[in-house]
Design a binder for this molecule. Structure first.
Ligand code: ZN
Ligand code: ZN
Length: 316
């Protein structure tokens, strides 16, 4: 795509294959006064070699890396950062609400409590725990320098404001640059509608209302000009259109769930009603994340009631 940022040769997308269902992940090389990577791919030899090759194509070696800016602490984005940073003596930046993710803490106990409270059958919980364990091999723990909303990073000519955009992950950030584009991480993806995952606040251990956070982050995004360089999929030229589309899809699903809850149901029953095929295909964690998001929404609005003695939801 011939946009300004590509013409000025400052930012170079690097497509990295992943072992994950989401497909390839994009890392972005900035060749400014400093050499910066936005996200670093997962910890695999293949990802390392792709980066090494692409650095060489630009007349650079991985040792030239000055800084790594991390959008969030999922393995496909941060897994390899520690290895690269060690090698180049580079500084890594990330948001403190990702502390648990960056440290490789899988929040296993918090998830187990949550599943138990909601009577999720053990065949599913053991599968989810297995999936969490499997992810560990694709990341090295790291403690970055902390950045917060409003902080500014710079590579030289380019500066980027840190915007905290939780929902997909508690400390997800967008790097909003002075060049009519932003590094969007997994906030806005053209091909995936809801991606607000079940997650916990690392400071309190409380479960975040991640869909509500995510919708607030999308509300911010829809007001932004400029293009979005995402973590996966096509470059997004009109952030507002894609954000609006996702917000409308949420609204439709929310209304559907309110209709279904004329009949009282547990989280698991409602999940079967909404997404039976996805559950069969093994995407139980995504399904529970999604359905729970709408339940949080309904409870916050007073439209849905939760009977906590039996963990049964119904319309209020
Ligand atoms: Zn992610
Ligand atoms: Zn991702």
């Amino acid at each position: 795509m011939q946009t300004e940022f590509l013409k000025d040769q400052l930012v170079h997308p690097i497509r990295i294959p992943t072992p994950f269902a989401v497909g390839d992940v994009f890392s972005y090389l900035i060749t400014d006064d400093k050499i910066v990577l936005v996200d670093a791919g997962q910890y695999t030899e293949e990802a390392f070699e792709v980066l090494d090759d692409r650095f060489h194509e630009h007349g650079l070696s991985l040792e030239d890396l000055d800084e790594i800016w991390l959008t969030h602490g999922h393995p496909d984005h941060f897994g390899q950062a520690a290895r690269l940073a060690d090698r180049a003596d580079a500084i890594v930046f990330g948001h403190p609400k990702e502390r648990a993710n960056f440290a490789g803490n899988d929040d296993g106990d918090l998830f187990e409590d949550f599943f138990q409270k909601h009577n999720i059958p053990s065949k599913f919980t053991s599968k989810m725990v297995e999936q969490l364990d499997w992810l560990q091999q694709f990341q090295l723990p790291i403690e970055p320098e902390w950045i917060n909303e409003g902080d500014e990073l710079t590579s030289g000519e380019m500066t980027a404001m840190v915007q905290h955009t939780p929902g997909h992950a508690p400390g997800h950030v967008v790097f909003n640059t002075n060049r009519d584009m932003m590094f969007g991480g997994d906030l806005l993806l053209a091909h995936i509608s809801t991606n607000a995952l079940i997650n916990f606040d690392p400071d309190t251990g409380n479960r975040n209302k991640s869909l509500l956070q995510y919708r607030r982050s999308l509300q911010w995004m829809r007001k932004q000009q400029g293009i979005v360089l995402p973590g996966h999929g096509e470059i997004i030229e009109k952030a507002s259109e894609v954000a609006d589309h996702h917000l409308e899809e949420h609204e439709k699903r929310y209304q559907k769930i309110r209709r279904l809850l004329q009949e009282p149901m547990s989280l698991m029953e409602l999940s079967y009603n909404m997404f039976p095929d996805a559950i069969k295909e093994g995407a139980i964690f995504l399904v529970l994340s999604e359905v729970l998001g709408y339940l949080d929404w309904g409870i916050e609005e007073g439209a849905i009631h939760l009977d906590e003695s039996q963990m049964i939801y119904r319309v209020a």
